[in-house]
Structure formats: structure tokens, C-alpha cells
Design a protein around this ligand. Structure first.
Ligand SMILES: Cc1cc2nc3c(=O)[nH]c(=O)nc-3n(C[C@H](O)[C@H](O)[C@H](O)COP(=O)(O)OP(=O)(O)OC[C@H]3O[C@@H](n4cnc5c(N)ncnc54)[C@H](O)[C@@H]3O)c2cc1C
Length: 421
């Protein structure tokens, strides 16, 4: 996309959005198409955050199962979380269609697979819970899993046909273009450094300019900096690293993910993968803090590729990159309104392609004047995590512990089914 300007003057808007990821650009698009004068401030460039770096898996739902959401948050809030996250992929594919976004979108479903027999039952129950709420899901046997993925490493799981895949950066750039076409003004290299109340408005200052607006939408997720320090401390930024192989030959593409689904597995440190439009296997798993944005250590990824697909042993990894995922204490995303006209949405726990797009629309609806009650989504107070400064140490130790347990479980796993059997 064409280079965007830096904010270098004083300006006014009705809505100012901080952060140009899916949350911010969806908010900008929906607010601008609703008639608001919108300015977007992005600290770096379009795609510098998770929205430009992710695995492109469009996933319905949250980490918690629907029944769990209802029992944790009660029937009303549980139903809101289920409805919003369950329909979020519809919004993504609808925006792609409506604004003719070229991003290799494929809606063939999302598959979640069990690495051990023990994990098959919970996945079957997850499929049933969503099915009972009208979603198009099905249970997969180990043979189904082997046929759909081309690897015999899995014991079974489920497919959720609401999901799919996109080229993540192309989808984001498409949202940026659509927001601009609706009148939003986008500025890059324009970090919001200070914000203050000016009468009944907010004033955001960047290095070289400032914006004054009635409504501020903070959409900075795992990349939230000290400008919004309380918000920053509501999430733990966890590194996730991806690799992409060279394009696979047609013979392998016919066997590996032949129907175009994306896959996540149930390892404690999960692996997620898909084929892109050029036939590269794109695979991600957790990494180290030092490997974002440019990974040095991808041995775990090489091992994962060969563990799943031994036939790819000689295929070079052509790309490696990393980004941060925002994890919340309770595993659900949050919409906050800490002061009148100050809104924020973040904390997608690795499920942000669909959910951040949906959050952006919720934030825009609020900015367009709907009451928070009419959003049908919980508005929660900003609650920083205690001892947040230690969260990286804790995350590092937790990752190592979970990796060790995954390795142990892989060792104990029963012999895999034969592919194509
Ligand atoms: C490697 C990886 C793989 C992932 N895979 C998937 C997946 O397959 N499926 C899925 O659903 N989710 C996935 N996710 C999660 C998903 O990418 C995120 O949840 C989602 O992109 C969050 O979008 P966002 O707009 O809220 O934040 P981001 O896209 O992170 O954007 C935040 C932006 O705010 C900017 N910013 C920060 N501070 C300021 C400031 N002071 N002023 C101005 N701008 C500021 C940043 O520069 C950044 O561009 C993955 C994440 C990563 C990192």
C-alpha cells in the first residue's frame, strides 16, 4: 500500500484511534462508514503488531468452551461472549466480500486436533456444545484427521466450518484501504506519547503533532506501551514465532491439508499451521522474547515441521518472524471504558483475527453513540495484573514447563494411525 504520512500538525477529529491493527482499523472503518471524522495514529507502520504477523487462522469462539463461558460469567454475559465470538468469522468474510479485499481468503474451516487420546473427549464435547448452538461443526476420527492434514500425528478432534484462513497482512491492508475510502485519515510513525483531558475532549500528542477528539479508541493489544500504562498491565505479551517453508511441490500439496483448512493442536505449547496460497507450509508455536521480531532460534519449528511431516525434512525454511500475543488473566478479551469517551479493546489470547475485527466494530458502535448496554458485550473495569513486572519471567518459566510436559506426552503417545488408511 502507498506510504502513509506522519502526523506533523495540530488536527481535530470526532474519533481518534490509537493502533492500526484489526481492532483499530475495524473500529476506524465502522466509525467512518457511520459518518464520523476519524484519525488513526499508528506508532510504526500498518502491520507492525500482531495483525501483520499472525498465522492467518480465522477462528470462531474463545479459549473457553461455550458451557464454561456460561458457568463462569452467567447466562447473560456468557451468551454475549458466545454470540459475539461465534459470529466473528462471518464479519471477517463479510468485510472481505463487501470491500473486495484481496487476501487469499478461504473459508474451508478450522480444525483442532488432539495429540493424545486423553484430549479427544474434550474436543468432541467442544464440537457438540457449539453444534447445539447452531454452529456447523463435526467430530473427526484419527483417520479423518490424517486424511485432512496428511499427518498421522493426531488422535482425532473436530472441525469448525465457521473458520478459515486469510493472508493476514493483506487482510489488514484491505481494512486500511477500506477505512481510507470511507474517509478515515491514517498516520504512521505517529505514536501517541501523551494524552490528556481538554474540557469534554481528549488531546493526544505525538512527536510532531496532536489530535483533539471527543472519543479515543485504544487498540494496541500486546503492543500497548507506557502511554497507556494501566492498560498495558492488564495483559501479558507472550512471544509466538512462525516459519514458512519454500513452496511445496504439487505432489505434497495434494496430500498436506488438501482441502485448505488451518489447524491448531492441543499441545500445551500449541502448534498451528496451514498452507498459504503459494503452497508454503506456515507453522507457528511459542518462542522466546529475544526472537521477536526476528527469530534466531527456530530449531523447535524445524523439529515440529519434521515431526508432523517427515517428508519435508529437506525443504528449506524460507521465512521466520515473530510477534507478541496478548494473554489476559481470565482468557477472554476485554472492552473497557475507563473514562467518558475513552474506550479500549484488547486481550484476544491468540484468537484475534476474527475477534479483534468484531471488537473494532463494537468500539465503533459505542463511538457512534450506542449505549454500552446495547452493545451486548460486557464492559469491564481496567484491572492491572498484580506483579505484572514479573510476568515475563513467569511466562518464560511456564513455557519451559509446558514444553517439557508436551515432550513427555509425545513420548507416551500411542502409535499413530497410518495416513490414507
Ligand atoms: C505470531 C502470531 C500468530 C498469531 N496467530 C493468530 C491466528 O492464526 N489466528 C488468530 O485469530 N489470532 C492470531 N494471533 C493473534 C492476533 O494476531 C492478534 O490478536 C490481533 O492481531 C490483535 O489485533 P490488534 O489490532 O488488537 O493489535 P495489533 O495488531 O497488535 O496492533 C496494535 C498496534 O498498536 C500500535 N501501537 C502500540 N502503541 C501505540 C501508541 N502509543 N501509539 C500508536 N500506536 C501504537 C502498534 O504499533 C500496533 O501496530 C497471532 C498473533 C501472533 C503474534
Amino acid at each position: 500500500m502507498a506510504a502513509l504520512p506522519r502526523l506533523s500538525s495540530e488536527t481535530r477529529a470526532e474519533v481518534v484511534v490509537v493502533g492500526a491493527g484489526y481492532t483499530g482499523l475495524s473500529a476506524a472503518l465502522h466509525a467512518a462508514s457511520g459518518g464520523r471524522d476519524v484519525v488513526v495514529l499508528e506508532a510504526a507502520e500498518i502491520g507492525a503488531g500482531g495483525s501483520g504477523l499472525n498465522g492467518g487462522q480465522v477462528i470462531a469462539g474463545l479459549k473457553h468452551d461455550p458451557d464454561t463461558l456460561e458457568s463462569l460469567y452467567g447466562e447473560r454475559v456468557g451468551a454475549q461472549l458466545i454470540a459475539c465470538s461465534g459470529t466473528a468469522p462471518d464479519l471477517v468474510f463479510d468485510l472481505i466480500r463487501r470491500y473486495s479485499i484481496k487476501c487469499d481468503a478461504v473459508r474451508a474451516g478450522w480444525i483442532q486436533l488432539a495429540v493424545s487420546e486423553r484430549q479427544v473427549g474434550p474436543l468432541e464435547r467442544r464440537a457438540a456444545q457449539w453444534r447445539s448452538r447452531g454452529a456447523d461443526t463435526a467430530v473427526l476420527s484419527d483417520r479423518d484427521a490424517a486424511r485432512l492434514t496428511g499427518t498421522a500425528r493426531y488422535c482425532g478432534g473436530w472441525i469448525d466450518r465457521r473458520g478459515g484462513t486469510v493472508q493476514p497482512l493483506a487482510y489488514l491492508r484491505g481494512l486500511a484501504r477500506a477505512a481510507q475510502e470511507c474517509g478515515a485519515r491514517l498516520f504512521t510513525s505517529s505514536a501517541a506519547r501523551r494524552f490528556s483531558r481538554a474540557g469534554d475532549e481528549w488531546r493526544l500528542e505525538t512527536e510532531q503533532g496532536a489530535v483533539t477528539a471527543k472519543t479515543v479508541i485504544v487498540a494496541t493489544d500486546a503492543y500497548t506501551d507506557r502511554t497507556f500504562n494501566a492498560l498495558r498491565r492488564t495483559v501479558v505479551a507472550v512471544p509466538s514465532i512462525q516459519v514458512a517453508t519454500a513452496p511445496l511441490p504439487a505432489s505434497l500439496r495434494a496430500r498436506i491439508l488438501p482441502e485448505g483448512q488451518s489447524v491448531s493442536d492441543t499441545q500445551r505449547i500449541l502448534r498451528y499451521f496451514r498452507l498459504d496460497a503459494s503452497g508454503r507450509l506456515v507453522l507457528g508455536t511459542r518462542g522466546s522474547y529475544g526472537d521477536v521480531p526476528v527469530p534466531v532460534h527456530t530449531r523447535a519449528h524445524e523439529r515440529a515441521v519434521c515431526d508432523l511431516y517427515p517428508e519435508l525434512a529437506g525443504v528449506p525454511l524460507e521465512y521466520r518472524w515473530g510477534g507478541f500475543v496478548a494473554m489476559t488473566r481470565d482468557g477472554i478479551p476485554h472492552l473497557h471504558e475507563p473514562a467518558p469517551g475513552l474506550l479500549a479493546g484488547l486481550g484476544y489470547n491468540g484468537r484475534g483475527v476474527a475477534m479483534a475485527t468484531a471488537m473494532g466494530r463494537l468500539l465503533a458502535r459505542r463511538a457512534l453513540g450506542e449505549t454500552s448496554a446495547s452493545l451486548d458485550f460486557p464492559v469491564t473495569p481496567v484491572q492491572p495484573i498484580r506483579l505484572h513486572a514479573l510476568s515475563r519471567v513467569g511466562a518464560r518459566a511456564t513455557i519451559q514447563y509446558l514444553q517439557a510436559r508436551d515432550a513427555l506426552e509425545r513420548g507416551l503417545r500411542r502409535a499413530p494411525a497410518r495416513v490414507g488408511a
